[in-house]
Design a protein around this ligand. Structure first.
Ligand SMILES: Cc1cc2nc3c(=O)[nH]c(=O)nc-3n(C[C@H](O)[C@H](O)[C@H](O)COP(=O)(O)OP(=O)(O)OC[C@H]3O[C@@H](n4cnc5c(N)ncnc54)[C@H](O)[C@@H]3O)c2cc1C
Ligand code: FES
Length: 503
């Protein structure tokens, strides 16, 4: 059966990632880094460079998490955010956020050059554009924020896109790249410096102490002094992260279009959001068009999001076909600043890095630089700003209450709603929640007509998963876990698969 259970990412399809072994015996190390995405690989590499003894483990393949499903713009322009940060946190902290992300961009550029990595790194300006007067006012306010913070930028009403634009704000000299060759090389350098990588090694339990012990699903133990979770969603039970983060899904299509010479990277201020960049790796030029963000596991039938992007690409760019499409999610914190640092004040040897709000190329790299400094006793200006233990009253508390009410709503709704769909009514390649022996279950009929049944209760904290028709996954509306149609974990925080059921 030629069925892709998870859609094909351009990045993973066009570049090869070296293979690493799976953990097959208990081991000891100084530092354990969990997570084979941009933040985990960069952190492991930087700590090994400092002479630390480090093990890096990741649940699936290296770069197989959100980093393999990104759009890979490397920019400190994170939508319209600096005016908002100035209002919430003041100019100094807003500037610090910019500098941390600009430092992430600089690090990627310099490292690619120093190691001679061919990763299609192209320098370009980044733009946020508005196609309505309402959003144009926000774009102008953002430009004012750039001026206050000293960010090199420009306000304009003409950009290199076939759209009628009311205003756009440019951030100068940003970049885009192919993340796979860049991170594969960093991983190789990490191993050359004495580090060990274990793929397909899911950490199921962590006992924080001295030493700390992380236990894999195969019952092998890694004992260590410090544990760093770069696992996208924190791997620790402590810290109440399930109530302080929410997952947002986004969709990307790669389009063949007559637009050969797109100059710049673009993101809309208006909804539905649209993100555009070009990619030239492997000789062929494609446009990557992203957008349609929504809270994971919530919203319309997911295939409609891809259809909306296809229609927009045809109308605006004359797109002819779409060789790749994919979606993934990223975490957003209560106050929209990442959580990077000690997981909780009471556990000094446990660290987290998460909440990049879909800008993890720079923020995930900034996280690695901060974690390196924290673990080697160096001072870093961002320590306080990104400390996970912070709790700003405004806008945190309101968001905290709303977010948890939302999780509770989905938890209760999921338990009470009953469905009329029966397994016999499902067509080929269709999935739905069904009633099976009085219990809500997930059913999917594959293209060969085989029925796959799973328990629809998410193994993280018990919410009910929803069928994602666009990617053929079961997605959890509470904290964003995703499972393939057979119930295997695609993205955490869940670490255990959905239970398989029989008729
Ligand atoms: C559609 C989309 C487009 C985006 N575009 C951009 C962009 O243009 N620019 C930008 O800067 N950012 C972008 N982002 C955001 C960026 O891709 C992410 O912020 C970043 O990749 C997150 O990296 P990470 O290392 O935190 O997580 P991941 O890449 O998800 O890595 C985490 C790893 O941890 C592993 N793991 C999880 N739990 C466990 C466990 N218990 N045991 C062992 N391993 C575990 C997972 O298998 C995974 O491989 C985008 C995001 C999306 C969804
Ligand atoms: S991801 Fe938390 S309950 Fe499903």
């Amino acid at each position: 059966m030629s069925l892709t259970s998870f859609p094909e990412s351009y990045w993973l399809a066009t570049a090869k990632i070296p293979e690493y072994e799976t953990l097959r015996e208990s081991v000891k190390t100084e530092i354990l880094v969990i997570g084979g995405g941009i933040s985990g690989i960069t952190t492991a590499y930087l700590l090994a460079k400092e002479g630390k003894k480090v093990i890096l483990v990741t649940a699936g393949r290296l770069i197989g998490g959100t980093t393999g499903y990104t759009t890979a713009k490397i920019t400190a322009q994170h939508g319209l955010i600096y005016d908002e940060y100035i209002h919430h946190f003041g100019e100094d902290k807003a500037r610090l956020y910019y500098e941390a992300n600009n430092g992430g961009l600089r690090f990627i550029r310099e490292t690619a050059e120093e190691l001679g990595i061919e990763c299609d790194l192209v320098e370009e300006d980044a733009y946020v554009y508005a196609t309505s007067e309402e959003q144009a006012a926000r774009v102008r306010a953002e430009h004012d924020a750039y001026v206050k913070l000293g960010i090199p930028g420009e306000l304009t009403d003409t950009i290199n896109l076939p759209l009628k634009v009311h205003a756009a704000v440019a951030m100068k000299d940003q970049a885009r790249f192919h993340p796979v060759p860049y991170l594969s090389r960093l991983a190789e350098e990490f191993v050359r410096l004495g580090g060990h990588i274990y793929e397909n090694t899911m950490i199921e339990t962590i006992k924080e102490g001295s030493p700390s012990v992380a236990i894999s699903t195969d019952d092998f133990e890694i004992s260590c002094v410090d544990i760093i979770s770069c696992a996208h969603f924190p791997a620790f039970d402590s810290g109440f992260y399930f109530s302080r983060l929410h997952a947002e899904s986004s969709y990307v299509i790669a389009a063949r279009t007559p637009w050969e010479d797109l100059k710049g990277m673009f993101i809309s201020a208006d909804k539905p959001n649209r993100s555009i960049r070009s990619v030239t790796y492997g000789g062929e030029k494609l446009l990557l068009i992203g957008g349609e963000s929504h809270k994971t596991g919530q919203g319309i039938c997911t295939i409609k999001h891809y259809e909306a992007l296809y229609a927009w690409a045809r109308e605006k760019f004359g797109a002819t076909d779409f060789p790749y499409r994919w979606s993934s999610n990223d975490f957003v914190t209560l106050d929209k600043l990442p959580y990077i640092g000690q997981a909780t004040k009471s556990k000094p040897h446990s660290y987290v890095a998460t909440g990049y709000r879909k800008w993890g190329m720079t923020t995930g790299t900034a996280a690695a630089l901060l974690l390196r400094d924290l673990l080697t006793g160096k001072s870093n200006p961002c320590e306080e700003l990104f400390a996970p233990s912070r709790f700003h009253a405004d806008p945190d508390i309101k968001t905290f209450l709303a977010q948890n009410a939302d999780v509770a709503k989905h938890f209760i709704q999921g338990k009470l709603e009953w469905l009329d769909k029966k397994t016999q009514e499902l067509n080929k390649d269709e999935g739905s929640l069904v009633r099976l022996n009085g219990k809500k279950s997930g059913a999917y009929v594959d293209p060969d007509g085989n029925l796959h049944l799973v328990d629809a209760t998410c193994t993280h904290m018990g919410c009910e998963v929803e069928w994602n028709s666009g990617d053929r996954t079961w997605d959890c509306p509470c904290h964003g876990s995703r499972f393939d149609y057979r119930g295997q974990v695609v993205e955490g925080p869940a670490v255990k698969p959905l239970k398989n059921l029989q008729l």
